[in-house]
Design a protein around this ligand. Structure first.
Ligand SMILES: [Mn+2]
Length: 296
């Protein structure tokens, strides 16, 4: 079968488990928005993991809330949907096999990473599975992404994590990650401002935004509880809006996924993203900020 999943740590761990439990001959990485927009064809040979449901697929696993932008599975679909910290957790529990016992730590760290239950230290100086999670970010622009994803799956199945960190590809990404974070922190300081409980980062004036840790902003604005980040999409055709709860101050009452879903995107309570059309963007951004402040 083919595994169709998301190119993040939860996708990697899902792939580690699924390639252990099922016969999988290839892996495709797909952005969830491309599933929502039906830009990627799903066949009855596909296992989908960590992505919105699509009819036709053979087996489906996900842990995100069902939103109105996506299709709903029938009662008797094969697989499992549960509100859980990660899709990996849903899959791990579904099979609950002795073959998976050795991945217990990987799954619990993936839970922490995917649900952003991180410490300040995990953000400023990450190690282990958490650091690995930050190296596998499609937005890193380091390239050779799918190759790296497939390699990680293989390494995690065949060597202890200390040895994974000896691989040149991993070392290189860790180095780039640290350099990017430094540059990003500097830009964050220039482009972010606080409005009540909201921190607004407007990166539209920055030609090339270095990819940095998306939680760094909360170390700069500790008394906000939610963030909105604005960035140009490809060819400036739309504004990519990202909402997120401050992971160190979890008091926001807003449902980021619901708000983004109302604007054609999606996500879950703690984080969401939506593409806004150029013509309507400024007005809609204002609406979203007002809503985040009103909900508190
Ligand atoms: Mn996930």
């Amino acid at each position: 079968m083919r595994l169709v999943t998301r190119g993040d740590l939860d996708g990697v761990t899902s792939a580690v488990i699924l390639t252990t439990m099922e016969k999988i001959y290839s892996i495709e990485l797909v952005h969830p928005q491309d599933i929502t927009d039906k830009k990627f064809e799903i066949t009855n040979d596909d296992i989908m993991a960590n992505l919105p449901y699509r009819p036709n697929c053979a087996i489906w696993f996900d842990h995100h809330e069902l939103t109105k932008s996506n299709e709903r599975p029938p009662e008797n679909f094969k697989g499992r949907h549960a509100i859980a910290p990660s899709a990996s957790r849903v899959i791990y529990d579904y099979y609950s096999s002795d073959k998976l016992k050795k991945y217990e730590h990987l799954v619990s760290e993936t839970d922490r990473f995917d649900s952003a239950h991180l410490t300040i230290e995990d953000v400023t100086n990450p190690t282990g599975v958490i650091l690995l999670g930050f190296t596998i970010d499609s937005r890193s622009g380091i390239g050779r992404f799918k190759k790296y994803f497939v390699q990680l799956v293989d390494w995690l199945k065949t060597m202890p994590i200390e040895h994974v960190f000896l691989q040149p590809e991993v070392l290189e990404r860790v180095k780039v990650l640290r350099e990017n974070n430094e540059a990003f922190l500097k830009i964050l300081k220039e482009t972010s401002r606080q409005d009540g409980n909201v921190v607004i980062t407007d990166l539209r004036s920055i030609k090339k935004v270095p990819v940095g840790n998306r939680f760094l902003v909360y170390t700069l604005f500790p008394d906000t509880n939610v963030s909105i980040r604005l960035q140009w999409g490809p060819e400036q055709k739309f504004v990519a809006v990202t909402l997120g709860h401050n992971i160190f101050n979890r008091t926001s009452r807003s449902d980021c996924g619901q708000i983004c879903s109302d604007y054609g995107g999606g996500g879950h309570r703690g984080a969401g993203a939506c593409p806004l059309k150029y013509e309507k963007a400024d007005q809609q951004i204002e609406e979203i900020i007002e809503r985040l402040k009103r909900e508190g």
